[in-house]
Design a protein. Structure first.
Length: 47
């Protein structure tokens, strides 16, 4: 049996840079991917 639990934290900012809007502050908005995962596997094999 194989079990795996993990967390992946995205560092890339997915927020587009909008310079046309005068009231927009890029430092106030940051979007990135974060993922939590659980994996279970049964490994087959001979002796």
């Amino acid at each position: 049996m194989l079990f795996n639990i993990g967390f992946a934290m995205g560092f890339t900012n997915l927020q587009p840079d909008r310079t046309a809007d005068q009231n927009y502050e890029p430092k106030d908005h940051k979007y990135s991917n974060r993922t939590v995962f659980i994996t279970a596997a049964w490994l087959f094999g001979g002796e």
